[in-house]
Design a binder for this molecule. Structure first.
Ligand code: CA
Length: 230
């Protein structure tokens, strides 16, 4: 099996060893860095397929590392998964808005981390071969991008254009957490009154109109929303 190269940036040796062991066992090539500066250098030199980045690092912290990685052309496209502590919702939101793909909260089981990393790698692969106008089917929901049409169990659902855009955004990346700001940004220009709070209102409306399928739109407390990865 030809597996991807993963760079892990984490200062805590126990966690680093645990992650290294579990990723290697899955066949991934693993490189490690124990500080932000070292991590940046490794990311530039190794061009890994994915970066696991702890946010709590001595010296240059994880968010700063994320900011630099996402700013530089060579590293900006590398998927990045943050390791965070409980109660760091604010940092999670900032990291996601800087371009991080996902996060795993400590303490985590190796199994959970692995499945999240694999999901990110899978999504990246899927995105590199997009078929924009094809209808998207998720559970009982069918989305026709070209026709701005949504069906639930074959029955058309009457959505506003903004609701449609929000659904299309979330459902386009199942399992992915979007912050309110990211949702506002994605639908901006279509409805001048879209604000953070308006996003919550859109979600409420969307869930209601989707009926039982509305359960797929999940609230991620303190962070934002995501479409359930079915
Ligand atoms: Ca740490």
């Amino acid at each position: 099996m030809s597996k991807e190269h993963i760079l892990v940036i984490e200062d805590e040796e126990d966690i680093l060893a645990l992650v290294h062991y579990n990723l290697s066992r899955e066949g991934f090539r693993v490189s490690c860095a124990q500080s932000g500066e070292e991590g940046l250098k490794a990311a530039r030199e190794l061009a890994p397929d994915l970066i696991v980045l702890d946010l709590m690092l001595p010296g240059m912290d994880g968010l700063e590392v994320c900011r630099v990685l996402k700013r530089e052309g060579a590293t900006s496209q590398i998927p990045l998964v943050m390791l965070t502590a409980r109660g760091e919702e604010h940092d999670i939101v900032t990291g996601l808005e800087l371009g991080a793909d996902d996060y795993v909260t400590k303490p985590f089981s190796p199994k959970v981390l692995l499945s999240r990393l694999k999901a990110v790698l899978r999504r990246r692969e899927r995105e590199s071969a997009p078929e924009e106008s094809e209808p998207v089917r998720i559970g009982e929901i069918t989305i026709h991008p070209g026709r701005n049409e949504v069906l639930v169990d074959g029955e058309p659902v009457d959505l506003t254009f903004t609701e449609f855009r929000v659904l299309q955004l979330l459902a386009g990346r199942p399992g992915w957490v979007f912050t309110r700001y990211q949702i506002v940004n994605a639908v901006r220009g279509d409805d001048y009154c879209v604000t953070d709070r308006a996003v919550d209102v859109q979600i409420v409306g969307l869930r209601k109109k989707l009926g039982p399928a509305g359960k797929y739109i999940e609230t991620v407390r303190g962070v934002g929303y995501r479409f359930k990865d079915l």
